[in-house]
Design a protein around this ligand. Structure first.
Ligand SMILES: N[C@@H](CCC(=O)N[C@@H](CS)C(=O)NCC(=O)O)C(=O)O
Length: 242
């Protein structure tokens, strides 16, 4: 596998060096990449970042398809070991760096896994694909009346998921307790995707508070610069077509 030269290398002064070389193939705006980049940057995990530009279909190139037959980001390379799936990558990185964000205790770890599965299934399907991607990504948009029907089908389902998440968080600072876990990193990428369509989270006060806590992490803004750039482009396009 010979990908193009790395676009940039991030190694902050206090970096936590994992044994072996880590490389993440990513797109900065991606819902599934942002949580990994945020986790790596908050924990100063030394990693080489390789940009895969989804907007120019670089993920469909031959070399990338050999790396990930699903033609999707993220992909982690750890020396010769190649890992896809953002949830699996977060768990791998947390274990590799012995992070408390993925507890060792059996039941605490099961709780984190439970929340990550909830995000990866219900929330991805009903909220991200149902309400966000269907509006902002051409290849997920349906024609004519089917588009409105698709959104109408998913709206109450997304509401049900957000209500469950709100109850889950309750008065806690983070979803699984009072310390941050990889479920918070994972979920923050998914819930914040609603910002691309101006989804109003205010009816869910606990979700709103939790997301604001995630957004106050020191490197959130830097990690999300590409995402907010995409959001501005969508807003400008909406204004132009209004
Ligand atoms: N289940 C995968 C989903 C990955 C995924 O859908 N990535 C999107 C970006 S958020 C992608 O690469 N899409 C490109 C495409 O499917 O053409 C994961 O969690 O890693």
């Amino acid at each position: 596998m010979t990908p193009p030269a790395p676009s940039r290398t991030v190694s902050p002064p206090s970096s936590r060096k994992a044994p072996g070389a880590l490389r993440l193939h990513y797109d900065p705006a991606s819902t599934t990449c942002r949580p990994i980049i945020l986790f790596a940057s908050e924990n100063a995990i030394e990693m080489d970042f390789q940009l895969v530009d989804l907007f120019s279909d670089e993920n469909r190139s031959d070399w990338y398809t050999r790396l990930n037959a699903n033609q999707a980001v993220p992909v982690l390379e750890h020396d010769d070991f190649v890992l896809t799936e953002s949830s699996a990558i977060l768990k791998y990185l947390a274990d590799l760096t012995d992070s408390p964000a993925y507890p060792k205790d059996l039941q605490q770890r099961a709780r984190v896994n439970e929340v990550m599965d909830f995000f990866n299934t219900y929330m991805m399907r009903d909220y991200v694909y149902g309400l966000v991607y269907s509006r902002v990504l051409g290849h997920y948009r349906l024609n004519g009346a089917a588009q409105a029907q698709y959104i109408a089908l998913h709206e109450p389902r997304a509401v049900r998921r957000l209500k469950a998440l709100d109850t889950w968080i309750g008065t806690k600072t983070f979803i699984c307790g009072d310390s941050i876990s990889i479920a918070d990193y994972f979920g923050s990428g998914i819930v914040s995707a609603g910002e691309l369509v101006g989804y109003d989270l205010r009816p869910w006060a606990n979700v709103t508070r939790w997301l604001n806590t995630m957004k106050s992490l020191p490197t959130w803004d830097e990690v999300h610069a590409g995402f907010y750039g995409w959001r501005s482009a969508i807003e400008a396009q909406n204004r132009a077509t209004a």
